[in-house]
Design a protein around this ligand. Structure first.
Ligand SMILES: [Fe+2]
Ligand SMILES: [Fe+2]
Length: 241
């Protein structure tokens, strides 16, 4: 589904671009509706601020995207210690999500250089978002995971639009950065388009994992077999390791 294999012809590219279905979790109850409304608000802000500058959009948003996994892992870790219970794999999953999002950032830094203003926005956004998300997770882990699920739905849409920009020639399909070739185990001649496909597949996986965690916390059944597959990643993210 998300882990599409690249094909060289234009028709193949178009089919591939559309291959990631738009999956939307229908909100149930106040918690889900709050998460969806907050996501839509941030989407409007992102659209206003970045318009179609997808490389810059990716840099700033990935700095925010790497926060929830680490917050969730921290609070789950502390909860497990206090309650003396097993985490059922959640902590490593969330820490890995944070690392994966950081790799998205390190990749897009090679593609688009942030302006000083964007660096300032990142610093402000991190200070505000970390505190808000931490408090939200303490109050309602379910709402926090649902929020991330909805963020990731928007991320999949954003990267699909980025692919369209590349395919229609408005964003140059530059060679993939070395860090991305290493991390996603891409061929040496891979391009930005190949990278965006992998990033989008990562986001689709995070989407399904976080919606699944939110549903689990609400007591709803989760069919994990339908989750979008995670692309293979390098075991050692350092290129010289
Ligand atoms: Fe990301
Ligand atoms: Fe993500």
């Amino acid at each position: 589904m998300a882990n599409a294999i690249l094909t060289p012809d234009k028709q193949g590219l178009d089919e591939e671009r559309d291959a990631e279905p738009v999956i939307h979790h229908a909100p149930h109850g106040l918690s889900d509706r709050f998460a969806l409304a907050f996501t839509k608000l941030l989407r409007v802000l992102a659209d206003t601020f970045f318009a179609k500058r997808y490389g810059h959009r990716a840099i700033v948003l990935e700095t925010v995207a790497a926060v929830p996994g680490m917050v969730g892992a921290t609070i789950q870790h502390l909860t497990c210690l206090r309650r003396m219970k097993d985490d059922e794999g959640w902590i490593r999953t969330l820490m890995e999500e944070a690392e994966n999002e950081r790799m998205h950032l390190m990749t897009f830094i090679e593609v688009a250089k942030p302006t000083y203003f964007e660096r300032l926005v990142v610093q402000l956004a991190q200070a505000i978002f970390y505190i808000i998300f931490f408090l939200l997770y303490l109050v309602s882990a379910r709402t926090a995971h649902r929020l991330v699920g909805y963020f990731e739905e928007e991320a999949v849409v954003s990267y699909t639009l980025y692919l369209k920009e590349i395919d229609e020639g408005r964003s140059p399909n530059v060679p993939a950065p070395a860090i991305a070739i290493h991390y996603w185990k891409l061929p040496a001649d891979a391009t930005l388009r190949d990278v965006v496909l992998k990033v989008r597949a990562d986001e689709a996986h995070h989407r399904d994992v976080n919606h699944g965690f939110a549903s689990t916390l609400s007591g709803a059944p989760v069919d994990w077999d339908t989750a979008s597959p995670y692309p293979p990643h390098a075991e050692e993210i350092r290129m010289n390791a």
